[in-house]
Design a protein. Sequence first.
Length: 609
Amino acid sequence: MKNYGIDIWGENNFKIDKGMIKVNYKSSPSLLEITQKIRKTNLSGPLILRFPHLIEKQIGLLYSNFQRAISENEYTGEFRAVFPLKVNQFPEAVDAVVEHGEQFGYGLEAGSKAELALAMEKTPLGSPITVNGFKDEEMVRLGFIAAQMGHDITITIEGIGELEWIIDVAQQCNLKVPNIGIRIRLQSEGSGIWAKSSGLSAKFGLTSTELIEAMNMLQEHNMAQHFTMIHFHVGSQMQDISTLKRVLREAGNIYAELKKMGADNLNAINIGGGLAVEYSQHTANRLRNYTLEEFSNSVVFLLREIMNAKGVAHPNIFTESGRFVVASHSVLITPVLELFSHDYQEKSLKLKEQNPPLIEELRELNSLLSPRTCIEYMHDALDHMESLLTLFNLGHIDLLDRSNAEILVHQIIKKSLYLSQDNLMPEIERLQVKLQERYLINSSIFQSIPDYWGLQQQFPIMPLDRLDVPAIRAASLWDITCDSDGEIRFKPETPLYLHDIDLDEEEYFLAFFNVGAYQETLGMNHNLFTHPSECTIMINDNGYEIENFTESDNILNILEDIGYDSSKLLTNLKNKLVASDFSTEEEKTDTLQKLEMYLYQNGYLRTTR
């Protein structure tokens, strides 16, 4: 994994050049350069970098691939799409989606009242809005209000009760009636973590019997003309293209049968989301077996074949592939604070004027290592270590000798790993795992990448620089929460190797990629660590601009958000401090100032670097 799998997950969005990871766009700035520029503002903690040009790229790819497939297959329906707001509701992401999607007629999908209000305000007239999820009368009425505004809105019913709400509201007011969609409950099931989104036990959707009942209700109340869409969702991160083909055959035939039953205005199939993003850094662990081209070809071809066989006009095709659109646009940058190493730097040696003979032999082995001798000398070092431990237990060497022996042996093993990296033997690989390093990162896994904690979803991870230097340290990552689950453990089947560094002399940053979908909205304030600082990076031919910089909430704001009176809290703390004994008035004033300064900073750890 010398290039950290960038050829697997990167989609040409980033590149490695001169040992650094760079944005593969226009002036191609390095992530390290951007990070260091922002850190000069005295920023501490994790940082989210947003690249809106990647949202523009993904929207363009989605539309161009479906439009190509439509043209090649002589398909007569249109392609339309909406972005599900639940994937990322943050203003910078939504604004970029709306701005870059407007030329395509890209719309928004809402699953709650708040999201619907946002969709009504943000969606350009003419672009579609779809409304999913469970609803009450108020939410249905909001849909009517959106239609009255001129929005092309479709309310998808998840059960017969919601259709009753729509009929009741239509009878109570003279507002324009929105389009009506029906989520269908398919027999076919998905695969992977989100397989439960489909199948007969799925949370949403009408069975065949309920579908017929809904049709009868619409016709009875003279509202069948508003029924324009059927909807299904096979689950997020669909791994296997065969799953899509199976559910499309079932949904396509349901659509055709509904048309034959008199649903004359039915003209669209919404295939939901599910278009997968590749998160894997290892070829053997790829998460999807298809490309966007195959995905679009399969959808268009199968629906054409079904409709032609049934003698039904080709429906418009809707997708709600939000993860595909925004996952790549955000990169999480975290500083490494500390290495919890058992193999100290050579500068930690405290050699005596006269050392035990085995210590002197270890010193000689350490100085004479070469590619030819490293394996042999490593074996000798391990044998010496065993002998020295026996001597320590028998009282023949002291603790300082033992410490020097441990440092020298670990140094010999580390150097042997470097010298033998082009021809790693199984024994060497086992030693890499045994000597794995723990890297403490200034971040909260629960806040910034909660899907790792909740679902064990992997994210591509790599350092920002030193990419022209071999990384041989088997790495586990520890976050700064006081929770043992705040760790990304080293796994031999999907190994992460990082560099051996001296943090007293240099900085080291890690980047987590494809974190733009769900992570921000799912992030929890575990230990009251809050949303990372963030900014938008606008890249041009000559450089880049940093916009929309927002620092992480300060400690008082965090406490205010969960219900505490921050003013009262600060006042009480100051009063307690004033009542304590100080040697001088100057010391009291200085301490009060420091207390207030600390509470007005964000809660992430501050370091000297």
